[in-house]
Design a protein around this ligand. Structure first.
Ligand code: UDX
Length: 476
C-alpha cells in the first residue's frame, strides 16, 4: 500500500474540527493519523480515531495481528470494539499495515502505542519497542511538520530524550506526550470519553493546537484538558496507577487486620467509602490487583525513582506490591484451612482466570497465580473462565480446564471464585450443591452474598471477614 500526499493541507492548516465525513478517505480533510503498535491501547485508539472521522492506519510489526485486524477480528476480548473495528474498516477510514513505509511519510500525526514491558533485571520499563518505532519513523522519514504523540507508559525523562532524537533527524517535526488511561473492559468508552486529556508539550510549539484539533470532539463534549510539560505528562500516568494500586493494597491491608481482629472488611470499606474524601471506588478488597499495568507500572516507577536518586519517595510502593502479593498467599492459606489444613489430593473448582472480569487478559492474574500455587500443593485444580481459558491453557499446563461452571465444579471438594464475572455472581448456590463433592466456597473477590450461600448449606470463606456470622454465643 502506498499513498500520495497530493492535495493535502499543510499541517498548519489543520481544521479545528475533524472531518466526521462519512465518505471517509475519499473526502478526508483532517490530519492523517498513524497508530504505531496495535495491542490493547493501539488497536482501540486506531478504531476510536477512525470512529471520530479521521483516516487512520494502524501499524504493527506483528503481521499476524495486522492480518486479523484487517479482516475485522480483534485479537483480544474487549466489549464493543469488534463492531466498531468492522464499521470503520467498511467505511474505508481505517486500515492496518506491517510496512512502516506506508505510514511514516503519509501521516500528519503518529500516535506511539507500543508496549513497555517490565525489564526482568530491575523491574524498570523496557523501552525497546518505543525506541524501535521511533527509529523506524526517523529512518523512513517523517512528513514535513509531522507531530509524534507518545501514549505508551514510559519512565519520566523518556519524552525529552525522544524529542531530541526526532528534532535532530527532522527539525520541523514535533513530539507531544499524551498518556492514555483506558481500562480493559471499558477501553472504547475510556478512549472516546476520557476523564481528562493530558498534553505534555514544549512551550511555544504547535503541538497543543494540533492536539486540540485532533481531540476537538472530545474537548467540545466537556473533557478537561491539562497542558503541561513532558515530565509531568509522563508522571501523571504512573502517579495515577500508583495511587489506584495503593488504594487497593490499603483495603487489603485492612483485610489482614480484620482477620486478626475478627472484624468485617466489607463493612469497613463501605463505611469509609461514604466519606467523599475517600470514595468507594478501587476500595474493593480481595485477592488484589493484576493485569498488564498496575503491577508493572508501580515497579517501573520505583526503578525510575531510584535512578533519579529519589528511591525513598516511592519506598511505600514496595509495601503496596508486597501487600498485593500477600493477598494471593492468604487466599491459598484460606483454601487450605477451609479444607482442614491441606489441599493435597483434593479437587478444586476454580471460577475465573482473567485478572479481572470482562477481559481475557491473564497477565499477572491473581486468579491463575493462586490456582497454580494450589496445584503445586498437590490439589487437582480445574479452571473455568468465560473468556480467558484459551490464553491460560498454554501458560499454566499444570491446571485442568473446563468449558462451563458445572464442569469445573463437578466432584470438587471446594469451589473458589477468583474473578468476579457476572456469571459467577448470579450462580444459584442451591443448584450448585448437586454437582460438588463438598459444599465449601472460597470467595476471593467478595463477589457472592455470603448469607445466601450459607443459608443454602455452604461453608463460605473470604479474606477479611469472619468465617461465619457471629452468634450470640460468640458475643458471650
Ligand atoms: C488500569 C487503570 O485503571 C487504567 O487507568 C490504566 O490505564 C491501566 O491500568 P486495568 O489494568 O484495565 O486498568 O484494570 P483495573 O480496572 O484498574 O483493575 C486492575 C486490577 O485491580 C484488577 O486485577 C482488579 O481486579 C483489581 N481491583 C480493582 C481490585 O482488586 N479492587 C478494586 O477495588 C479495583
Amino acid at each position: 500500500m502506498s499513498r500520495s500526499r497530493v492535495g493535502r493541507p499543510s499541517t498548519s492548516e489543520w481544521p479545528t474540527t475533524p472531518p466526521g465525513d462519512p465518505a471517509g478517505a475519499a473526502g478526508e480533510t483532517g490530519p492523517r493519523i498513524a497508530v504505531l503498535g496495535t495491542g490493547y491501547l493501539g488497536a482501540t485508539h486506531a478504531v476510536c480515531m477512525a470512529e471520530l472521522g479521521f483516516t487512520v492506519i494502524g501499524y504493527d510489526v506483528d503481521t499476524a495481528k495486522v492480518a486479523r485486524l484487517s479482516v475485522g477480528e480483534v485479537p483480544f476480548f474487549e466489549p464493543g470494539l469488534e463492531e466498531l473495528l468492522r464499521k470503520n474498516l467498511e467505511s474505508g477510514r481505517l486500515s492496518f499495515t506491517a510496512e512502516i513505509g506506508d505510514v511514516a511519510t503519509w501521516a500528519d500525526v503518529h500516535f506511539i502505542c507500543v508496549g513497555t514491558p517490565q525489564r526482568p533485571s530491575d523491574g524498570g520499563a523496557d523501552l525497546t519497542y518505543v525506541d524501535a518505532v521511533v527509529d523506524a519513523l526517523i529512518d523512513t522519514g517523517l512528513a514535513p511538520g509531522a507531530l509524534v504523540v507518545g501514549k505508551s507508559t514510559v519512565p519520566t525523562g523518556t519524552a525529552a530524550a525522544l524529542a531530541a532524537r526526532i528534532h535532530a533527524a527532522a527539525p520541523d517535526a514535533e513530539l507531544a506526550w499524551n498518556p492514555e488511561f483506558l481500562r480493559e473492559g471499558f477501553a472504547v468508552n475510556d478512549t472516546l470519553r476520557p476523564d481528562r486529556l493530558v498534553f505534555g508539550v514544549m512551550p511555544d510549539g504547535a503541538a497543543e493546537a494540533r492536539l486540540r484539533a485532533v481531540y476537538a470532539q472530545t474537548i467540545e463534549a466537556g473533557t478537561p484538558v491539562v497542558v503541561t510539560d513532558y515530565a509531568t505528562a509522563e508522571l501523571v500516568k504512573v502517579a495515577a496507577n500508583a495511587f489506584l494500586a495503593t488504594k487497593i493494597s490499603f483495603i487489603n491491608a485492612m483485610a489482614e487486620i480484620c482477620d486478626v481482629a475478627g472484624a468485617d472488611v466489607l463493612e469497613l470499606a463501605t463505611s469509609i467509602g461514604y466519606d467523599a474524601r475517600i470514595g468507594s471506588r478501587f476500595l474493593r478488597p480481595g485477592i488484589g490487583f493484576g493485569g498488564g499495568c498496575l503491577p508493572k507500572d508501580i515497579r517501573a516507577f520505583q526503578a525510575r525513582a531510584t535512578e533519579l536518586g529519589a528511591a525513598d519517595s516511592l519506598a511505600f510502593l514496595a509495601e503496596v506490591d508486597a501487600v498485593n502479593l500477600r493477598a494471593r498467599g492468604r487466599a491459598v492459606t484460606l483454601t487450605r484451612s477451609a479444607l482442614g489444613g491441606t489441599v493435597d489430593g483434593r479437587r478444586l473448582g476454580v471460577l475465573g482466570a482473567a485478572f479481572k472480569p470482562n477481559s481475557d487478559d491473564i497477565r499477572d492474574s491473581p486468579a491463575l497465580d493462586i490456582a497454580a500455587a494450589l496445584a503445586a500443593d498437590g490439589a487437582l485444580v480445574t479452571v473455568y473462565d468465560p473468556a480467558a481459558v484459551p490464553n491460560a491453557r498454554p501458560r499454566y499446563p499444570s491446571l485442568n480446564y473446563a468449558s462451563s461452571v458445572r464442569e469445573a465444579v463437578t466432584g470438587a471438594d471446594a469451589v473458589l471464585v477468583l474473578t468476579e464475572w457476572g456469571e459467577f455472581r448470579e450462580l444459584d448456590p442451591a443448584a450448585l450443591l448437586s454437582y460438588v463433592a463438598g459444599a465449601v466456597m472460597v470467595d476471593g473477590r467478595h463477589a457472592l452474598d455470603a448469607a445466601r450461600w450459607r443459608a443454602a448449606g455452604w461453608t463460605y470463606h473470604s479474606l477479611g471477614r469472619p468465617a461465619a456470622a457471629p452468634t450470640e454465643a460468640d458475643a458471650r
